[in-house]
Design a protein around this ligand. Structure first.
Ligand SMILES: *[C@@H]1O[C@H](CO)[C@@H](O)[C@H](O)[C@H]1NC(C)=O
Ligand SMILES: *[C@@H]1O[C@H](CO)[C@@H](O)[C@H](O)[C@H]1NC(C)=O
Ligand SMILES: *[C@@H]1O[C@H](CO)[C@@H](O)[C@H](O)[C@H]1NC(C)=O
Length: 413
């Protein structure tokens, strides 16, 4: 088979991809945004005792209502995804998965309709082994049956975990489950945990290029937990592995650093800004996982900041390149699709200070490939204020408080 070789070059960003080598199901042209149950609700099977971590249809419907009524949908939040622990312990006599009868009494097709009626999309979960990570029925031996069932339920997104299997099995199983999903004819975003398990369970280097051939998004690193240490771990991992994984990142195929931990009280406002700024700069999937009622007014303001969301949803989907400076400041650089009729791309810069002390940096944009000969106008993305105009050949000092970030978008004038 021959491929069309695309040499994709945006100044310092030169990626070469063989076109036949990526999944082209037309889905996830920008990174998925939404909500997923696991991070906060985990295996929320205990609903009786007034437990606030109960994973049931009421919860899923309330997230759909919140997205619809409180502006999240307009900001781009779209997918509502049920993670593990949604099924009965046994398949039906015909071998099908059955939603838990107490927690999902009206079934999944009902939920799909409820979600679709609000212009939103519905996602579900399975595992590639014969049981899920939490020991509910898994899809091994049932790829076709399960793909059909999910398609009949009208889901739009499937997360497929990779617990309890061998490395050899991983190499083929995700490919065949993807084929079964494709054969249903229903467009279903395919989220794979495949590379994570290769690297951290089987202790081998994953072939991300191969994963990008079969999956719309994939997990590279550990589950996020509700702490700043966890977010720092994620940032360090992706910075260290940038050269290996960034070339495969783009429309239809995304590295997935796992959920946002908004609404959990785990982060200061500065740390929250770092978390969301870095995810947006990466064009990472933005999946909340929390009780939507616990999102603070400030967090909500960030999630509904359209200049910020536009960075993450930029059509080119380039993963921002990290540049280390002295001290603990990382400068992330992201070129954007030029606006219509404009030869000069806009750029976003995130100056991330992972130290606890304030840092002062001297910044010269010309080093990063800005090529407009006229000035740029600079938007402070968090304040919404255009702070100044400057050419690429001028410089400025930027102060970044400890555990915080300054985020600017440079628009060519
Ligand atoms: C500026 O850079 C972009 C991206 O590399 C390129 O497409 C464009 O042609 C350049 N414009 C000029 C006038 O050099
Ligand atoms: C199935 O795969 C083909 C070939 O890659 C693609 O053109 C088509 O859009 C896919 N269909 C679905 C429903 O994913
Ligand atoms: C930047 O330049 C534009 C066009 O000349 C002007 O309208 C705008 O006020 C300037 N912005 C700042 C912050 O100086």
């Amino acid at each position: 088979m021959f491929g069309i070789r695309i040499v994709f070059s945006l100044l310092f960003f030169t990626f070469i991809l063989d076109q036949v080598d990526v999944l082209e199901n037309g889905l996830a042209r920008t990174p998925p945004m939404g909500w997923m149950s696991w991070g906060y609700y985990m295996c929320g099977v205990e609903c009786e005792k007034g437990n606030d971590k109960c994973l049931n249809e009421k919860l899923i419907m309330s997230v759909a209502d919140t997205f619809y009524e409180q502006g999240y949908q307009e900001a781009g939040f779209e997918y509502i995804i049920i993670d593990d622990c949604w099924a009965e312990r046994h398949r039906s006599k015909r071998g099908q998965l059955i939603p838990d009868k107490k927690r999902f009494p009206r079934g999944m097709k009902f939920l799909a309709e409820y979600i679709h009626a609000r212009g939103l999309k519905f996602g579900m979960y399975t595992n590639i082994a014969s049981i899920t990570c939490m020991k509910f029925p898994g899809s091994k031996g049932y790829f076709e049956v399960d793909a059909k069932t999910f398609a009949e339920w009208d889901i739009d997104y499937l997360k497929v975990d990779g617990c309890f299997v061998t490395e050899n099995y991983l190499k083929t199983a995700y490919i065949s489950l993807g084929k079964s999903l494709n054969e249903t004819g229903r467009p279903i975003v395919y989220s794979c945990s495949w590379p994570y398990y290769i690297k951290f369970v089987h202790d081998n280097e994953p072939d991300v290029g191969k994963v990008a051939k079969y999956c719309n998004l994939w997990r590279n690193y550990h589950d996020v937990v509700m702490s700043w240490t966890s977010i720092m771990g994620v940032i360090h991992f992706y910075v260290e592995n940038y050269e290996k994984i960034a070339p495969y990142h783009g429309p239809g195929r995304w590295n997935d650093p796992d959920m946002l931990i908004f609404g959990t009280g785990a982060l200061s406002n500065g740390q929250t800004r770092v978390h969301i700024a870095v995810y947006a700069m990466w064009s990472a999937p933005l999946l909340l996982s929390c009780d939507m009622n616990k999102i603070t007014p400030y967090e909500r303001k960030l999630l509904l900041n359209l200049n910020l969301m536009a960075i993450g949803q930029d059509k080119l989907g380039i993963m921002a390149k990290p540049y280390m400076t002295d001290g603990d400041v990382i400068i992330f650089v992201k070129p954007h699709q030029p606006l219509k009729g404009n030869a000069y791309p806009a750029f976003s810069f995130a100056y991330v200070n992972l130290d606890i002390f304030e840092r002062d940096i001297y910044f010269s944009p010309k080093i990063y490939g800005l090529n407009n000969t006229d000035p740029y106008t600079i938007l402070n993305v968090f304040t919404g204020v255009y702070i100044r105009n400057m050419t690429a050949f001028e410089s400025m000092n930027i102060k970044i408080p400890g555990h915080d970030v300054v985020l600017y978008t440079f628009y060519p004038l």
